[in-house]
Design a protein around this ligand. Structure first.
Ligand SMILES: [Zn+2]
Length: 673
């Protein structure tokens, strides 16, 4: 076993791309077990070193430790998200609590902390350069936040809490996966799907076949409350069924888990000396204090609700319905968009063919702004046949890293879109970055083109912004690599990359009809931008409602019982002025995986927080002549290449020349009134 497990030695493939062709399910668990054992032994050796602590024999030694564990973790968790299987889920359920216990064993090693604390106390006398000094400070903070200053008894309590939290998060995620699958709508005839495009109907038929319902039509649920089909299904009763199926996810299986997770996190925060979990989380974010977050959210709610109410009135009037409801919103919004702005979002899709958007849009923009070029490497194998591998080069032809694209939805993939790092850049290890983007584009029938919606085009540019953050990383220590920045900063570079979607010179390049090659008519583009502003009320409110829910769950004090999940949720929305029956939160609590399973607890505010920086940065590009290599070079040098190696807000101010301003965000979202 030892000699054949591909995780046990570094990959010999270009860029240390994991040897996916050799990796099988039975390799994961032994690699995790040995990886944790090796890492623990390495950290214990650092702690037991008889020499007095130095930066090199303590901090750098820790940076070099845990290689095997890192290799298997990156591959496994990517696989668990994008191509899971019953066996993978079993491993996940075993490994998550083991990893939480392992992290505690490292961070709560008293001898190790004594060395870090001693170095930290003399940090200004060690002759460290800026990155090394910051690394030492970050290690100290990380250990303190992980409980290193607690008494022996406190440390034991913390370990028990961490284990229960890890277990409950895994259960939440697995229940949600099962529930989402089970809540798919199975329909008998294509007539029921009236309103959907022919290829969407074909995709529903293919989906049915894949799920064992040959000859039927299956609408599988995607992450959000609002399902994309709601915009076009003519049958109002079916729209209602679809939305209710979506909103009902997790109500029976995850209600108790959300309450338990919130209570456990509150208890852990109190143990670590914080008023609540949100205070604990944001102390280490750019926001700093819960008040800063509350103040931004409460500032945005009234104008966003006013916009949404105007939109609701217009839609209700257009529909002529006495009981205009949540399941009518997207449908009538589409009709009004068509009537008022002459925009038919379905008619736009033929101009957004996936491969063209990728090469002539996303890659082209990265070429214009940063001088990058891309070569597909069919000789390099991904973890699934749908995965494509591209080698990325700098303007001078030097190799930068690998970019993997996994764009299609499948039953084994979780919803949403995201970026993962498979190999972290670091000068210390000599590694170049390997990153992957995952999307959930419906896979077209054999031989048909994959046509994207406008939202999916945006998502592709967004996720590629995260990929650039990983690819441009130019740091010494793995701790700081790529996207290892505070969560309320990490969405900033990805949002900035969305600006190229509608830049005329980029759009003209990629938005061409997949059959005729005709460019998308210029006036359609202009109308599209106008139409984008219509609907901002809805989008801002559904987002804020989710952010407020996250905040409410994570500002409860220790010992407070949140009671029933649904009642807690309703009360939180009402209190924030966001209980609009026609606009459900983007996620309801029981399927809010971001905060109950994926590490965004007390962090969903990050998207709008980062958008302040994003909108201000778009202004900077405009002020400086837009899409110019010089601008890209500055943004890359000052921001994208730095990872976590500098204070993020200092990096922003260094590049922007001042602190961020909120006005560009308010203008963009129509919130100035
Ligand atoms: Zn993102």
């Amino acid at each position: 076993m030892t000699s054949t497990n591909p995780f046990f030695s570094p990959s010999t493939l270009p860029y240390e791309l994991p040897p996916f062709a050799d990796i099988r399910e039975e390799h994961y668990l032994p690699a995790f077990e040995q990886g944790m054992a090796e890492h623990l032994a390495e950290t214990e050796a650092v702690a037991a070193n008889p020499e007095p602590p130095t930066f090199e024999n303590t901090i750098v030694a820790l940076e070099r430790s845990g290689d095997l564990l890192d290799r298997v973790s990156k591959v496994f968790f990517n696989r668990a998200s994008s191509d899971t299987a019953p066996g993978i889920q079993e491993i996940e359920a075993k490994v998550n609590p083991a990893l939480a216990a392992h992290a505690d064993a490292v961070h709560l090693n008293a001898d190790l902390y004594v060395r870090i604390k001693a170095l930290y106390a003399s940090r200004t006398e060690l002759g460290l350069d800026a990155e090394a000094l910051r690394l030492l400070e970050r290690y100290h903070t990380r250990f303190v936040r992980a409980g290193a200053e607690l008494s022996e008894e406190g440390r034991e309590r913390l370990k028990a809490l961490n284990a229960r939290i890890a277990e409950a998060s895994t259960a939440f995620e697995q229940n949600l996966f099962a529930d989402t699958k089970a809540a798919a709508l199975v329909l008998d005839s294509p007539e029921e799907l009236s309103g959907l495009s022919a290829d969407a109907v074909a995709a529903a038929a293919a989906n049915a076949t894949a799920l064992g319902h040959d000859g039927k039509y299956v609408l599988s649920l995607k992450n959000f409350s609002n399902q994309s089909e709601l915009a076009s299904l003519d049958d109002r009763a079916l729209r209602r069924r679809l939305l209710e199926a979506s909103l009902g996810r997790g109500l029976t299986s995850n209600g108790e888990l959300t309450v338990r997770l919130a209570a456990l996190r509150a208890e852990r925060a109190a143990l670590l000396g914080y008023e609540n979990h949100a205070a604990y989380v944001v102390a280490d974010q750019t926001a700093g204090t819960p008040e800063a977050v509350t103040s931004l959210l409460t500032r945005l709610v009234p104008p966003a609700v006013a916009n949404a109410e105007r939109e609701a009135a217009a839609l209700a009037a257009a529909s002529g319905l006495e009981d205009f409801s949540a399941w009518d919103w997207a449908y009538w919004s589409e009709k009004v968009r068509k009537a008022e702005f002459d925009i038919d979002t379905a008619a736009m899709r033929p101009y957004f063919e996936l491969d063209r958007v990728l090469r002539d849009g996303v890659f082209h923009a990265a070429g214009q702004v940063y001088g990058l070029s891309f070569t597909e490497r069919p000789d390099l194998i991904g973890y699934h046949p749908d995965v494509r591998v591209f080698e990325v080069f700098n303007a001078d032809g030097s190799p930068l890293g690998l970019y993997l694209g996994d764009f299609f939805a499948r039953a084994s993939k979780r919803g949403g879109a995201w970026m993962n790092s498979l190999v972290d850049q670091s000068a210390l290890t000599g590694r170049k970055p390997v990153v992957v983007n995952n999307l959930n584009v419906a896979k077209p029938a054999e031989g048909e083109p994959a046509l994207l919606t406008y939202d999916e085009v945006n998502t592709l540019f967004h996720e590629f912004g995260h990929a650039l953050h990983g690819l441009f990383s130019d740091v010494r220590h793995p701790f700081f690599s790529g996207t290892a920045v505070p969560r309320d900063f990490v969405e900033y570079p990805s949002q900035v990359n969305e600006m190229w979607v509608t830049r005329p010179e980029v759009l003209a390049h990629y938005a061409r009809h997949h059959e005729t090659g005709e460019p998308m008519p210029a006036e359609l583009v202009a109308r599209m931008e106008d139409a984008e502003r219509f609907g901002q009320g809805f989008r801002t409110v559904e987002y804020l409602a989710a952010a407020v829910l996250d905040w409410a769950w994570h500002t409860i004090p220790a010992g407070h019982d949140p009671g029933d999940a649904e009642e807690f949720e309703a009360a939180a929305l009402k209190e924030a002025g966001l209980a609009l029956p026609a606009i459900p939160p983007r996620y309801r609590s029981t399927y809010f995986a971001h905060i109950f399973a994926h590490g965004y607890s007390a962090g969903y505010y990050s998207y709008i927080w980062s958008e302040v920086l994003d909108a201000d940065t778009v202004e900077w590009f405009k002020e400086n002549g837009g899409m110019r290599r010089e601008n890209g070079d500055v943004f890359r040098r000052e921001l994208l290449s730095r990872g976590g190696s500098v204070d993020p807000m200092a990096a922003f101010e260094g590049f922007r020349g001042r602190a961020p301003r909120i006005e560009p965000l308010l203008a963009r979202r129509g919130l100035t009134g």
